[in-house]
Ligand binder design. Structure first.
Ligand code: ATP
Length: 274
């Protein structure tokens, strides 16, 4: 019991095995991360350190999970923020927050005796969008601060810092962010194919009482175009249907109804926001 207690207090760990589908993206990411791990070799060969990885793709496909798994894979501290956290009315506040983010990552790595830290910035487009016609925005300083911090990452740094950013709108990003030595490695995280969808459903079925005869292959087929986040919702909604039916297990019809529910929910969302 003591063991269990100790485990509970530890921050949640997330591994690549817990991410369904995305075989190519996971492989590409792992290869890139090996640069962080084999940094002595990299240094000897005079290869410049990998500072930034950009994960691109539609919402809910597992980009945040990938960044968390990256931290686990490299035994790094994980620090996360979202682009919208930096948008402030007052000039300079966002830039200060970026500085603190890097400072916090370094301090936590030192405290926990880790050799590397991964800083994850979701919705990078919010601070790193294109500057059109030379217009100044209140958060230009924020973007500049991020660039300054990234330019200040060196091979000999202890801890080593890697920034992983995510966006659904890569084409919106300012070219300054994509230059060599910044976010120069891009990994596409797409909607899962049928095999990927089945894998994701299986992962989310693990923690739920899904009937043995339930055909997840068929559910994966019916859930054409669904993201990982939507598939997680399907499992959750199916469990709610099971509860309403006073059933102890989730069966095929609960899952099928859940697909319609999630599909319809999305449509209503879109209609109301349009
Ligand atoms: P956004 O662009 O909206 O920030 P994202 O790509 O970062 O989305 P995540 O936050 O990683 O998506 O995923 C949201 C949730 O959806 C996860 O917590 C998980 O439950 C589920 N999910 C998404 N993709 C996968 C996947 N490939 N395997 C397992 N679960 C997934």
């Amino acid at each position: 019991a003591q063991d269990r207690k100790r485990k509970k207090q530890k921050p949640e760990k997330f591994t690549f095995e817990q991410i369904g589908g995305q075989d190519n993206s996971k492989q590409e990411l792992r290869e890139a991360l090996d640069f962080l791990i084999k940094h002595e070799e990299i240094k000897k060969l005079g290869i410049r350190p990998l500072k930034g990885i950009l994960l691109t793709g539609p919402p809910g496909t597992g980009k945040t999970l990938m960044a968390k798994a990256a931290a686990h894979y490299t035994d790094s501290i994980f620090v996360a923020a979202s682009g919208s956290d930096f948008v402030e009315m007052y000039v300079g506040v966002g830039a200060g927050r970026i500085r603190d983010l890097f400072k916090d990552a370094r301090a936590r790595a030192a405290q926990e005796k880790k050799q590397s830290a991964i800083i994850f910035i979701d919705e990078i487009d919010v601070i790193g969008g294109k500057r059109e016609g030379g217009q100044q925005r209140e958060y230009d300083q924020t973007l500049n601060q991020l660039l300054t911090e990234m330019d200040g990452i060196y091979n000999n740094d202890e801890p080593r810092i890697l920034v992983i950013a995510a966006t659904n709108r890569k084409e919106m990003l300012d070219a300054a962010l994509l230059r060599p030595g910044r976010f120069d490695r891009h990994i596409q995280v797409d909607l899962p194919d049928k095999k990927g969808r089945k894998h994701i459903l299986e992962l989310h079925a693990k923690s739920r009482p899904v009937a043995e005869h339930a055909d997840l292959d068929r559910i994966a087929e019916e859930a054409y175009g669904f993201s990982g986040a939507q598939l997680e919702s399907v499992m959750n909604e199916a469990a709610i249907y099971a509860m309403r039916d006073k059933q102890a297990v989730i069966d095929q019809q609960h899952l099928s109804r859940a697909i319609d529910k999630v599909m319809l929910g999305e449509r209503t969302d879109r209609e109301t926001s349009a």
